[in-house]
Write a protein that binds this ligand. Structure first.
Ligand code: ADP
Ligand code: MG
Length: 293
């Protein structure tokens, strides 16, 4: 198929159902953009790190170079909030005092939207020229799974509706504006060719389109349709592949009625993480540059 993944926005949020290959797509895409000369930051959300696991070391909020032009950073609600307060208060020691304060801790725990706001505030700070500098051509977010992701995006919308005025209102509004601008933010929704992930993908894309913006790329992953014909002497294996293939074709038709996938990534018979990332990078590179799929 013709590939149409052309990363146009500086901010790319990768989402999709759990286990569909979000982290691998985000890593491959970030690697490929970096190899093509862009300065890229790959951000993993949350405490579990795909890269931490595969490099066998821990990463934090400060970007660490993992390849030429490619930096990695891990963000959580708490670290983003601490970062933001640090920016406001300027003096680290004071920010720590503020953050370690019992009342503040309780407030942060009790107001979950605050963490979401801090994450998106930081994510959009570079393009908004606000807050601590984030100086990259592209920031790729290996983001949360579908439901959690929508909750993240909706937090500043809710905040703005609740508080229209003052700095909180202004910040929320600016964040929502950035997330709604297709020139600044794009969404990559990774899906498998199975009934549930495809339905979830369609619903998520509908929500993103109506509530934020339509710069959405659907990435079909682990496709058997994209595999070369497998010659095998095992009838059991052969018929199992055929069954899965026809299920995938069915799911593909369903998806196509709603959204045309931008790229179809084959299932790789490979288990080594770095090789998988390289495969993925190659594939997204072909996709970015419009080469063969
Ligand atoms: N195209 C693919 N071919 C083979 N294995 C893949 C492919 N995409 C992802 N995987 C593997 O599937 C598992 C889930 O992928 P991951 O990127 O961690 O998903 P997510 O971040 O959505 O939870 C990982 O072990 C990953 O290496
Ligand atoms: Mg992941």
């Amino acid at each position: 198929m013709e590939n149409k993944v052309k990363v146009s926005a500086p901010l790319v949020f990768v989402t999709g159902k759990g286990g569909v290959g979000k982290s691998l797509w985000a890593a491959g895409l970030a690697t490929q953009l970096a190899r093509s000369g862009k300065k890229v930051l790959l951000v993993e959300f949350g405490e579990t790190s795909f890269y931490g696991f595969f490099y066998g070391k821990s990463f934090g909020m400060d970007p660490v170079a993992i390849e030429n032009n490619l930096h990695l950073s891990i963000w959580s609600g708490a670290t983003c909030l601490r970062d933001y307060i640090g920016h406001l208060v300027k003096i680290d020691r004071l920010a720590d005092l503020f953050f370690e304060n019992k009342v503040m801790k309780a407030l942060i725990r009790g107001a979950p939207a605050l963490k979401e706001l801090a994450i998106l505030g930081k994510a959009t700070s570079g393009v908004r020229n606000y807050g601590p500098e984030l100086d990259f051509d592209h920031v790729i977010f290996d983001s949360y799974a579908t439901g959690h992701f929508l909750a993240l995006l909706r937090a500043p919308v809710g905040m703005y509706e609740a508080i229209k005025f003052g700095p909180m209102g202004d910040q929320s509004k600016a964040i929502v504006k950035t997330m709604s601008d297709p020139r600044l933010t794009e969404y990559h929704v990774v899906s498998l060719l199975e009934e549930l992930p495809v339905s979830e993908t369609i619903e998520l894309c509908d929500a993103l389109k109506s509530e934020f913006n339509d710069n959405i790329k659907v990435v079909v992953n682990k496709s058997l349709r994209a595999l070369p014909t497998i010659e095998t002497s095992s009838n059991v294996f052969e018929s199992s592949i055929q069954r899965n293939l026809s299920r995938q074709n069915h799911a593909w038709e369903h998806l196509l009625k709603h959204y045309e996938p931008a790229v179809e990534v084959p299932y790789y018979f490979e288990s080594e993480p770095q090789k998988l990332v390289d495969h993925m990078a190659q594939h997204s590179g072909d996709a970015i540059h419009g080469g063969p799929s």
